[in-house]
Design a protein around this ligand. Structure first.
Ligand code: PMP
Length: 416
């Protein structure tokens, strides 16, 4: 009998039969509060009626309008709609299917446009599992060990980590920017450096928001040295952080923006956006893919953008994110093992730390499992696995946030 690969790691022992709103139901119809959103994907909740309707309509009209063979209306319409929410000037789009593929597309474009080879990535960052995107990933050695050699031309620079280094945010930013400056004079000269890629909130690496001064410091250095700034909004985009894009918190303009996950509420579609003058550096035929910009996924993405706008989900993410953060801080205040509660919008982390200051993955794992037993689905992250993260659908209500905080409090109490 065939079985799934044993290398697949399943976070919770649930067999999902159906989803509705922020809930998942198993085959016995037990209800779970889904605070994982399928790793930040089901932005409008599971099976939002408007997304279902748009996808069903498209399935009956045209499923696969292969975009290097023929063009189709949903992709043109999605491009127009994204134009309304993308940063000014980033008005040329190229579509693929996953975050990893979009990251690879961004790297190819940066190398083509600059004629330079090196890509600087942040230590602790996650950009995917393909060999190119994986080469930029350092959220934990489990995604790299035994797999190399990876794509060459990648150099890492530290991400500001005030909690880990027990310093102020300003000190962490100063240190990280100084290390980047040092990298440019020791390892990767600007003339060899095509781009720096950064997540507005370090995601898989531990849910660490990038301080605005860090991002503006990178922007300023990129401008000074002719290096492109690639902002990976795969997890932080489409309202997740309480602004439409995560980098909006820093008020800067990326050269290349990457979006995926929450864009289509669960259908696989991703994109890179760049200014015309930059995207035109990709020569004809160097971008493409059999399934990229799928018509059903594009229709679902348009419906998702409609729902995000009409139901004011960006505002809801900010409001409920604040409520959730306050609730989590309340739980942490009762349990010193939670050393830090942090995040932006509905992308929040609880970091478990032992009294001697070392990461406490064992208690985090017990709390994570105890939450699932109580009907609250969560994920862990961080290189040590000691961070329990919460990333509910953007439609979450105040009552659901309160219910989740209550269950989390019980779970932590049971785990310590
Ligand atoms: N970039 C970021 C910031 C991500 O969080 C992820 C997925 N967790 C990826 C890229 C890779 O996306 P995918 O799994 O769709 O390839």
């Amino acid at each position: 009998m065939a079985e799934l690969s044993p290398a697949l790691k399943q976070a919770t022992p649930v067999l999902a039969a159906r989803g509705e709103g922020i809930y998942l139901y198993d085959e016995q119809d037990r209800r779970y509060l889904d605070f994982t959103a399928g790793i930040g994907v089901t932005s409008t909740g599971h099976c939002h009626p408007r997304v279902v309707e748009a996808a069903q309509r498209q399935v009956g009209t045209l499923i696969h309008g292969q975009y290097t063979t023929v063009m189709h209306r949903p992709l043109l319409e999605l491009t127009e709609r994204l134009g309304e929410v993308l940063p000014t000037g980033l008005d040329r789009l190229f579509y693929v299917n996953s975050g990893s593929e979009a990251v690879e597309a961004a790297v190819r474009l940066a190398r083509q446009a600059t004629g330079r080879q090196n890509i600087v990535a942040l230590q602790g960052g996650f950009h995917g599992r393909t060999m190119g995107a994986g080469a930029l990933t350092s959220s934990g050695t489990k995604v790299r060990a035994g797999i190399g050699p990876m794509m060459p031309g990648v150099v890492f620079t530290p991400f500001p980590e005030p909690y880990r280094h027990r310093c102020s945010e300003a000190e962490a930013v100063r240190f990280a920017l100084a290390e980047f400056d040092q990298l440019l004079v020791t390892v990767s000269a600007p003339r060899d450096t095509a781009a720096i890629i950064v997540e507005p909130v370090l995601g898989e690496g531990g849910y660490l928001p990038a301080p605005p001064e860090f991002l503006t410091g990178l922007r300023e250095r990129a401008d000074r040295h002719g290096i492109l700034l690639i902002v990976d909004e795969v997890q932080t985009g489409v309202g997740r952080t309480g602004r439409f894009w995560g980098h909006d918190h820093a008020g800067l303009r990326p050269d290349i923006l990457i979006t995926a996950k929450g864009l289509a509420s669960g259908f696989p579609i991703s994109a890179i956006a760049a200014p015309e003058q930059l995207m035109s550096q990709a020569w004809p035929g160097s971008q493409g893919g059999t399934y990229g910009g799928n018509a059903v996924a594009a229709a679902a993405a348009i419906a998702t953008l409609d729902v995000v706008r009409d139901e004011k989900l960006v505002e809801n993410a900010a409001e409920q994110g604040q409520r959730l953060r306050d609730g989590l801080r309340g739980v942490a205040a009762q349990h010193p093992v939670i050393g830090d509660v942090r995040g932006l919008g509905l992308m929040l982390a609880n970091e478990f730390t032992a009294p001697d200051g070392t990461p406490d993955a064992a208690t985090a794992a017990r709390a994570h499992a105890a939450a699932a037993e109580r009907g609250l689905l969560l994920l862990t992250c961080g290189p040590h696995g000691n961070v329990v993260r919460m990333i509910p659908p953007l439609i979450v209500s105040a009552d659901q946030v309160d219910e989740a905080v209550g269950l989390w409090g019980e779970a932590v109490a049971a785990a310590v």
